[in-house]
Design a protein around this ligand. Structure first.
Ligand code: BES
Ligand code: MN
Ligand code: ZN
Length: 500
């Protein structure tokens, strides 16, 4: 799909998109088009008695006289004062979703900012484009049949704007971020027989084309480093565990301490010997969603040449049961030196993150470290599919992540940490156990991680089990399954706070 910006035109073939405000008030471009069509658009709106210009409402007019367009979409924009970047993205996305397999090859947006909104024309265009692009994603690698049912017919999207220069400038970075979201989605969507740890590492390595330094540690190297916790998880798998380190050095001061992202990359989580029931195992190819978000974020920073030093570390393993697999009751020694009694091999993500966190902090002395993980089913009990869970020892970092998430439509909700929860992972024979009791499962997991946060280190943990992929219902900006959650939030966090 080709995206471009041009001066608004009502004179194109294909699908013409026009904006209508709350109360059915036509925006100026919609008025012009209506005039050209001899009033046919207003008549169509009147004929559809339900249409009031509310967000999400659409009236479609086919082949109106006086206009070249094969179809006109009158889309509701709601109240001008409520219309923000998220509304623009959802609008762009909803048009693409509606016309995805319609046969329409060209879409032309002639959408004015609604009266009362604070949009500058270039920004409106860029966010319409962002929504359109994010929703245009498809994952068709494994479809050999009936592709026309799934494949988009949309070849070009032209966004009309009164400030093409500003739109193009904004779009250059947003486009890079969108492509990075696509990378994260691809990684999540790939089946686990294809995307096993070494295959994931190979894909990360390909990012060196963009100027990232990518290093891959295998099991022998991790063993030398004492990563008994991470290695324990991968030990029942035929596939070799990997630790991938991606570095982007874009700061003006080359030796400035980096910021760090750490991702859980369980390429498939069977539960190990504490085997999951069959139905719960479905979708566990997505248990590397944290690693995908970190990889996508590092790609975005490199692609848009962010003025920051950043490191992304992902622990890639497959959690499988076999004769060599870790047993419930095993005790493993982590790189930090702390011992862990493994009472449930299905609480494996924290074991992977423990060593990845220690490695990252000791090696890079980062300004902060943020880990992302599809860590607990319990986070879905608490927050459902709309918010990721946030845990942190640092209020400033917490606020910044929360603000960034809000700005890009990936909301997070902070949950507490505390000694009372930490007690729940006391072990009878080791420094800690890897599970708590029946309650507060997401907090217990975060407490476990916090035991691997070094003194004075600013840290945040995002539990993304509820948002990394979607079953059934679609999110407005994502057509299905892998969402690529986190790439936009982390990129925004960097852009707003850590670039100089
Ligand atoms: N990968 C799962 C968490 C998960 C569950 C993610 C459902 C997405 C959807 C994680 O490794 C896990 O199995 N967690 C256990 C922890 C428990 C054994 C303490 C869980 O949530 O049940
Ligand atoms: Mn598990
Ligand atoms: Zn898992």
């Amino acid at each position: 799909m080709q995206l471009s910006f041009a001066a608004p035109s009502l004179n194109s073939a294909g699908a013409l998109v026009l904006g209508v405000q709350a109360g059915g008030v036509f925006t100026p471009l919609a008025m012009d088009a209506d005039r050209a069509a001899g009033g046919a658009l207003k008549r169509a709106v009147d004929a559809s008695s339900k249409f009031q210009g509310k967000t999400g409402q659409v009236v479609e007019v086919l082949a109106p006289q006086g206009l070249k367009a094969a179809r006109v979409l009158l889309v509701g924009m709601g109240k001008g004062e409520d219309f923000n970047t998220g509304s623009a993205e959802r609008l762009g996305a909803s048009v693409v979703a509606r016309l995805y397999t319609s046969g329409t090859a060209a879409i032309v947006f002639a959408v004015d900012a609604p009266k009362g909104s604070k949009f500058k024309p270039g920004a409106l265009a860029a966010h319409l484009a962002m929504g359109a692009k994010l929703r245009s994603y498809g994952f068709l690698h494994y479809r050999t049949k009936a592709r026309d049912e799934y494949e988009s017919t949309i070849k070009s999207v032209t966004i009309g704007t009164r400030d093409t220069a500003a739109a193009k400038k904004l779009w250059a970075t947003m486009d890079a971020v969108a492509d990075s979201v696509f990378l994260a989605r691809d990684l999540i969507n790939e089946p686990p027989n294809v995307l096993y740890p070494a295959a994931f590492a190979t894909r990360a390595k390909q990012l060196s084309k963009l100027g990232l330094k990518v290093e891959v540690l295998g099991e022998a190297e991790m063993k030398k480093l004492g990563m008994g916790s991470l290695l324990g998880v991968g030990q029942g798998s035929e596939r070799e565990s990997q630790l991938v380190v991606m570095r982007w050095n874009g700061a003006r001061k080359k030796d400035e301490a980096p910021i760090a992202f750490v991702g859980k990359g369980v390429c498939f989580d069977s539960g190990g010997l504490s085997l999951k029931p069959g139905a719960s195992m479905m979708g566990m190819k997505g248990d590397m969603g944290g690693a995908a978000a970190v990889t996508g974020t590092m790609r975005a920073l490199a692609a848009r040449k962010a003025r920051v030093n950043a490191v992304g570390v992902i622990g890639l393993v497959e959690n499988m049961p076999d004769g060599k697999a870790m047993r419930p009751d095993d005790v493993v020694t982590s790189m930090s030196g702390q011992t862990i009694e493994v009472l449930n091999t299905d609480a494996e993500g924290r074991l992977v993150l423990a060593d990845a966190l220690t490695y990252t902090q000791r090696k890079f002395k980062p300004k902060f470290v943020i880990d992302l993980a599809t860590l607990t089913g319990a986070i879905m009990v608490a927050l459902g599919h709309d918010h990721a869970g946030l845990f942190s020892n640092n209020d400033q970092l917490s606020t910044r992540i929360t603000d960034a998430g809000k700005a890009v439509g990936e909301p997070v909700w902070r949950l507490p940490l505390g000694d009372a929860y930490d007690k729940l992972i006391k072990s009878k024979i080791a420094d800690m156990k890897n599970i708590g009791g029946p309650y507060a499962g997401s907090i217990v997991a975060a407490q476990f991680l916090q035991r691997f946060v070094e003194k004075g280190q600013a840290w945040a943990h995002l539990d993304i089990a509820g948002v990394a992929w979607q079953d059934g219902e679609h999110k407005p900006l994502s057509p299905g399954w892998g969402v690529g959650w986190g790439v936009r939030t982390l990129d925004r966090l960097v852009a707003d706070n850590y670039e100089k």
